[in-house]
Structure formats: C-alpha cells, structure tokens
Design a binder for this molecule. Structure first.
Ligand code: ADP
Ligand code: MG
Length: 359
C-alpha cells in the first residue's frame, strides 16, 4: 500500500513566522514558549516513517499550506495522520478535512472529533450527555465571570490547548486569590476562554486504545506517580513535569505500566475509556486521561485522539509504553493503527487486524 505520513515538524514554523522556531526550553512565562509543544520532532517522524516502511511504500507530506495540492496529485491509498495542524481551535482537523474533501482515507478520527477533543469544554459537554463521568466545570472569558461560590481546590486550564500547554504547576488553585492570578495568566497568555474544573485528588492514569467497534482494545493502563516529582510541587502532570523535569538523559520514573490495579477498578477504567472513545466517535486510536475522585471513582479528564508517540523508551511516552507492556514494538504499534484503519475502511492492508485481536 502507498501510505503518506502527514506531520508537523517541531522547529519548522512554516506558516507562522519566517525564522525557524526553537522548541520550548524555558518555563512557560511567555506565550510563545510552548507554541510548538504539540508538534513532533524529527526523530518521531523518522521512527513512524520507518515503521510504515517496514510494510508499505511511504511518502512524507508536511502539513503546511502546500498539503492540499500535494495530496491532490499524490493520491496515496492511505494517510497516516499525526499532524497537529497550523493554527486555530480546529487546527487538528485541518488535514483530515482536506483529505475528506479529496476522498483520501486516513488513520484516526475525523475533523469533527479532532476539533471537539481539542476543545475541553465541548468534550466534557458530550461526555456528560452520554453519562460518562467527568469533573464538574465552568468556563469563563473574563475575571468578571468568576462564579461567586466555588469549592476549592480547582484546576484552571486553557479551553483549547493540549500537551499540557497552560497547565503549569500553578494550575491547581486552592483559594480565590490563586484562582484570579491563574485565570488572569491563562486569559492573557492564550487569548481564549479558561476552564475552571473540580480537582480530582486521586490516582491518575492514562489509557491507550487501539481499534474500533467490537475490536476496540484497551492497552495496559499507565499510572502517573506524582511522588516522583520534585519535592513541594503540585500533584498534577503539569507542563513542567512533562517537558522540563522529565529529560531523556535523566528521565523521571513517573509512570508505572501496567498500573497495579484491583481487577474491578481496572475494569471500571477500561469501560469508562471505551465509553468516552465511543461518545466522541473516536477512530482507530486514542489516549484518554483518567483520574480518581475523592471517593475512588474514575472520571475522564480529556481525550487525545492524536496521542504523543515519542519512539525511544527513555522519552517516557505513554502510548508506546502501553504498547511495549503488551509486547508490541514501536513498529508493531504503528502498524496496529494502520490495521485498525484498514479494517474500518475495508482496505486490503496486506495482513488482517490480527495484531489487535491477539492482545
Ligand atoms: N480536573 C482535574 N483534576 C485533577 N487533575 C487534573 C484535572 N485536570 C487536569 N489535571 C492535571 O493536569 C494534567 C494536564 O491536564 P489535561 O487536561 O490532561 O491537559 P493536557 O491536554 O494539556 O494534557 C493532567 O494530566 C492532570 O495531572
Ligand atoms: Mg492530558
């Protein structure tokens, strides 16, 4: 099969500014510091290319302003989509939307789901409508809209970001003063509404899923161990924890996989994640963040239908970690996503979806 790999390269600020941008290295005091946190680095793109090339013919197509014309001429059999898009609240939907327009099939969720999942408010509204547990929340556009009565602690985050952008160590607020300071920072830095969410104090997990319909497979659950963070910091998987304190040369031992879980709780988390996947109409793969509330009940924090997939184990990327825990190499994980897409699209992938079924 001829597969095109659709990506945005970190450090290649095409369409945004003339000079190449640096990936974030400083704490996020400035709005531009985390601008490209969600884009992929060259090692990830090369690793995905190599995985696809082990079974298919591969062409790399950058998700920039030329992408439409390139796809129009190239017409691959399938696009493996990891592009996070250029700008705007629906940026992750951009490449899937032009592929839909051109009638070219692709891996992963459609534009509507990708746009919705980047909007934490809309995601939670849909989860709530489907009876999928998610923490209570309100959304504000200005300090004047802060409700008079709130129960602390709370989490404050930008409504339309991912990759922990805007979720710093100060996102967990314990009183009105902290809330106002953090809201002011989020509103002024990200120029978008802010989500004020009930803080779930329990254990946190992230859950990788591959497949569709009755072939939806939950990979071993990853637990995030906050006691491995530097002393005195908040028990959240913050921007600092994800991008600054956890370095490849000195990785934090922050994840356990498979998480040590009672069978009943494990089942509850798996069922919750499958319900969330279905409520948002996700396709082929997704990683879902879950945390336990004060009573130990799992709730969905957010869905990542374009999950991070850093290739090297030292890079502590959760989706590949979960795949490794069930015996899937990086290449096999990527090919399992291709197989899931091919099964959904009834495309002849060369092999059946055995890889997923065996899990
Ligand atoms: N309601 C919440 N209760 C407890 N912790 C939360 C809550 N919301 C976010 N967090 C913490 O902040 C982290 C990042 O928030 P998340 O909504 O997953 O944003 P991102 O899209 O940036 O990953 C989570 O992994 C979790 O540790
Ligand atoms: Mg998250």
């Amino acid at each position: 099969m001829h597969i095109a790999l659709s990506f945005n390269l970190k450090g290649d600020a095409v369409g945004l500014m003339e000079e190449p941008a640096e990936p974030p290295s400083e704490p996020p005091d400035l709005p531009s510091d985390d601008l490209f946190a969600e884009w992929d680095d060259i090692h990830t793109i090369k690793a995905v290319e190599a995985a696809l090339a082990s079974r298919h013919q591969v062409t790399l197509v950058e998700a920039d302003l030329d992408a439409f014309e390139i796809y129009r001429k190239l017409r691959p059999d399938l696009v493996f989509n990891i592009a996070e898009g250029l700008h705007g609240a629906s940026r992750e939907a951009q490449i899937p939307a032009i592929l839909d327009m051109l009638g070219i099939p692709y891996t992963g969720s459609d534009p509507l789901t990708l746009g919705l999942c980047l909007d934490k408010r809309r995601t939670k509204e849909i989860l709530a409508q489907h009876g999928v547990a998610t923490p209570g929340f309100t959304v504000v556009n200005s300090l004047a809209e802060i409700p008079a009565r709130l129960r602390y602690p709370l989490i404050v985050k930008p409504t339309l970001e991912g990759s922990s952008k805007g979720v710093t160590d100060k996102a967990l607020v314990r009183n009105r003063h902290e809330l106002v300071c953090q809201l002011e920072w989020v509103l002024n830095t990200y120029h978008q509404s802010a989500l004020i969410e009930e803080f779930l104090p329990g254990r946190e997990f992230t859950v990788a899923l591959i497949g569709n319909g009755n072939d939806l497979t939950v990979l071993p659950i990853v637990e995030i161990n906050f006691d491995t963070l530097p002393a005195g910091v908040q028990p959240i998987y913050s921007y600092e924890a994800k991008w600054l304190w956890d370095q490849e040369e000195d990785p934090l031992q922050i994840f356990s996989c498979p998480a040590a879980l009672e069978p009943l709780l494990r089942l509850q988390i798996e069922e919750l994640c499958k319900a969330a996947f279905r409520a948002l109409d996700c396709r082929d793969w997704c990683r879902i963040d879950v945390r336990l509330d004060a009573k130990g009940r799992p709730q969905v924090i957010e869905l990542n239908p374009l999950p991070g997939i850093l290739p090297r184990p030292e890079q502590n990327s959760c989706f590949p970690k979960a795949a490794r825990a069930v015996g899937l190499s990086y290449d096999e994980m990527i090919l399992a996503v291709v197989d899931a897409a091919c099964a959904r699209l009834a495309l002849p992938a060369g092999v059946s979806n055995e890889r997923c079924r065996m899990l």
